[in-house]
Design a protein around this ligand. Structure first.
Ligand SMILES: C[S@@+](CC[C@H](N)C(=O)[O-])C[C@H]1O[C@@H](n2cnc3c(N)ncnc32)[C@H](O)[C@@H]1O
Length: 158
């Protein structure tokens, strides 16, 4: 399995995990502190450009659902917005389904991953790929985007 996996491109690797609805076995959630909550950590080194984890959830277009107001008000911390086919969409990962993508925290200064859109059977999937080498014990992070998130203006003691 590992030998076969080493021959896959990062995108093919992502597709396999997307279809199997699984996360990589060397990723784990950990409670960090009461300010940040939980985060996702790797116990194994991850190479740049490797697929890391999918941000799973229910995809909706706020135009066509009653969730629009909630999304517009930015009340839900597990919503991830993206554009597709000329419209705005959202992945709602608020349901705790035990998967790890929903627990990855923001780092707008030196993130080690970036979010990319992937497609399977015509449907979009949001996946994190490494942008740097990630060492064992490191937290997985990505830049949530341009917004004045409250934690960005708070000095972290951790
Ligand atoms: C998608 S969740 C990430 C997982 C979350 N830490 C948890 O325990 O459920 C997004 C929320 O995590 C917190 N968060 C993310 N990045 C953070 C950061 N760099 N510092 C502090 N809190 C952060 C914020 O509360 C944010 O609304």
């Amino acid at each position: 399995m590992e030998k076969k996996r080493r021959q896959l491109t990062p995108e093919q690797d992502a597709l396999e995990y997307m279809l199997a609805c699984r996360d990589k076995p060397f990723l784990e959630e950990k409670f960090i502190n009461s300010f940040k909550g939980k985060g996702v950590f790797t116990s194994r080194a991850i190479e740049p450009s490797a697929f890391v984890v999918e941000y799973r959830g229910n995809i909706f277009s706020p135009k066509h659902t009653t969730r629009r107001k909630k999304w517009g008000d930015n009340l839900n911390k597990y919503f991830f917005e993206f554009s597709w086919k000329g419209a705005q969409w959202c992945v709602d990962a608020s349901k705790d389904d035990g998967t790890l993508g929903r627990l990855v925290n923001d780092d707008h200064i030196s993130p080690n991953c970036e979010m990319k859109k992937m497609f399977s059977e015509g449907k979009p999937h949001l996946c994190l790929f490494a942008v740097t080498k990630i060492s064992p014990g490191e937290e997985i992070t990505y830049n949530y985007g341009d917004s004045s998130y409250p934690w960005r203006s708070t000095v972290s003691l951790y």
